[in-house]
Write a new protein. Structure first.
Length: 474
């Protein structure tokens, strides 16, 4: 079969059919495909959110933003430099020039690997029976196992949707034609912060509105408070705020907040959370149960839905929406389909996360508050990067690492970092939490390169080990 030709209509059942060619594609590796009749179907570009409109493009933009920020900051180091121009079309096209061709080759790549790849919407019409809405007409296929990996989409709050004003989401903002002078951002979570960091560094004036009291709430109270303070110096930040009206006027998009504050911008980016793509999937006819409130497909510890031999993974079923977790779930479900007598549970512990803002934020395990809420007797040691030689090199005044450890045993329960490259610096702490290492073991077993930024992590671990040895003061 040529890479671009569609698969022939099939009447015989597939052994495995995957709905969603984002993380779902990982289910169909060589071991799974070999000797089996497999298929994958996707209604959008292959590669899903991460490749086409999520992790990868956003981080490619983050790098361009970091370059701009470095130039703006250069005078602090005795180097006078200024930005002569920001060529947005070139920044954008560098990103999508690479990504779009990669995505376009997805179906062909799958076919070359022996998978029947369909490019259309899938809808359950019965127990492990799916209608494929091909442009040439619908066909029905069945499969012994079906994996639902259909992802999630951005939520548009009612007040915005009902206004009829054209807004952006993370699906569209990275492909716009020109940079807005003033960007309104609704939402102070991961996407809001990353996009504000990118567009702010590229020269847009950012106004960010969020419901919560701080930005990056999930990073823990201390980091969230520190990050919010930095954000307030750069952007016009409105916390604890809700939007009551949205209006398109000749001079831009106007928002009014519940306290009466008027705001105006050239574009409005809505980053108010995401909702699973269950609508139109026909899950009822397949007997797949969905949580009414969150809209997530319900799965057990092994990734099984309520329907026999129907599995689900990634953003459609997971409370934590991260690509590395979705990939891990795909690997586990693949194992579970191949080894029905030796099922493995989905990973639920020590799932790291990062916000690729400026500065970056990264976390794993418990925050000090979460440890307290779980009734743990825990200590928290916070170290600034400015205590290390690398911090001096950066003239850093804001970066910190907190290690949370169990009092007595010193076992590392969690960590939060706000620093340049926090998404990389966190990795030894991810290892410590995953393996249940004590802070002293994690700090003293390896040698740490001097004078690297990683000494921040070593120091915080040593502090946590010391604190954990102290008895509780009552
Ligand atoms: C802007 C942004 C930045 C992000 N950055 C990061 C990051 O840095 N790190 C990180 O870990 N995570 C990041 N994420 C989250 C990450 O992208 C997702 O958690 C991950 O991609 C989810 O994978 P998935 O396979 O569950 O869903 P998806 O990748 O969304 O795949 C679902 C696929 O199913 C298809 N589909 C849906 N319905 C149907 C249907 N009825 N029939 C056929 N096909 C269908 C869709 O077209 C889609 O291709 C980011 C997300 C966004 C939005
Ligand atoms: N670096 C990464 O790993 C990365 C990057 C981007 C996205 N993601 C994933 O995508 C998911 C979705 O991101 P997100 O930023 O859309 O969601 P989020 O849940 O992280 O943040 C949503 C924010 O919007 C605010 N909000 C919600 N409704 C609002 C309203 N009506 N008015 C004002 N504020 C409102 C919330 O208070 C919250 O701060 C994340 O949870 C994350 O898992 C990950």
């Amino acid at each position: 079969m040529s890479p671009s030709s569609p698969p022939p209509p099939v009447t015989a059942p597939y052994d495995v059919l995957v709905i969603g060619a984002g993380s779902g594609r990982m289910v169909l590796n060589e071991a799974m495909v070999s000797g089996r009749h497999t298929a994958i179907v996707d209604s959008g570009p292959y590669g899903g959110t991460c490749l086409n409109r999520g992790c990868i493009p956003s981080k490619m933009f983050v790098h361009a933003a970091d370059v701009a920020a470095t130039i703006r900051d250069a005078a602090r180091f005795g180097i006078d430099a200024h930005i002569d121009g920001v060529r947005w079309p070139d920044i954008r096209d560098r990103v999508f020039g690479r990504i779009d061709s990669y995505a376009a080759s997805g179906p062909g790549g799958a076919r070359d690997a022996g998978i029947a790849a369909y490019e259309c919407r899938a809808e359950f019409v019965g127990e492990r029976r799916v209608r494929l809405h091909l442009p040439t007409g619908g066909i029905e296929v069945s499969a012994d196992h079906i994996v639902i990996a259909a992802g999630a989409h951005p939520v548009i709050p009612d007040v915005v949707r009902q206004s009829g004003v054209r807004v952006d989401t993370s699906d569209t903002i990275m492909r716009i034609e020109e940079l807005p002078k003033r960007l309104l951002v609704l939402g102070g979570g991961v996407i809001g912060i990353e996009m504000a960091s990118i567009f702010g560094a590229l020269g847009c004036a950012i106004t960010l509105v969020t419901q919560g009291p701080v930005l990056a709430r999930r990073a823990g109270e201390d980091v969230a408070r520190r990050f919010t303070a930095i954000a307030r110096e750069r952007w016009d930040v409105h916390t604890g705020a809700s939007v009551t009206t949205v209006e398109q006027r000749s001079d831009g998009i106007h928002l009014r907040l519940s306290d009466g504050t008027p705001l105006v911008g050239d574009r409005l980016l809505v980053a108010a959370g995401r909702r699973p793509n269950t609508a139109g999937l026909g899950l009822e006819s397949a007997g797949v149960a969905v949580d009414a409130e969150s809209g997530r497909v319900l799965v057990d510890d092994y990734g099984r839905t309520s329907a026999e031999r129907v599995w689900a993974l990634g953003d459609i079923s997971s409370e934590i929406e991260l690509k590395h977790l979705a990939n891990s779930q795909a690997r586990t479900i693949r194992h579970n389909i191949l080894h029905p007598d030796a099922l493995e549970p989905l990973r639920t512990k020590a799932i790291p996360a990062a916000i690729f803002s400026d500065p970056q934020i990264a976390l794993v395990g418990l925050t000090p508050e979460a440890a307290r809420a779980e009734g743990r007797d825990a200590v928290a040691a916070t170290r600034p990067l400015s205590d290390t030689a690398y911090g001096w090199a950066l003239e850093d005044t804001t970066s910190v690492c907190t290690v949370v450890a169990e009092r007595g045993s010193g076992v590392v329960l969690g960590a939060q970092i706000m620093a340049p490259f926090a998404s990389s610096l966190i990795q030894p702490l991810v290892d410590a939490v995953t393996r249940g290492l004590t802070a002293m073991d994690a700090a003293a077993t390896p040698l740490w390169i001097h004078p690297a930024a990683m000494e921040l992590v070593e120091n915080a671990l040593l502090d946590a080990a010391r604190l954990a040895r102290r008895p509780t003061v009552r």
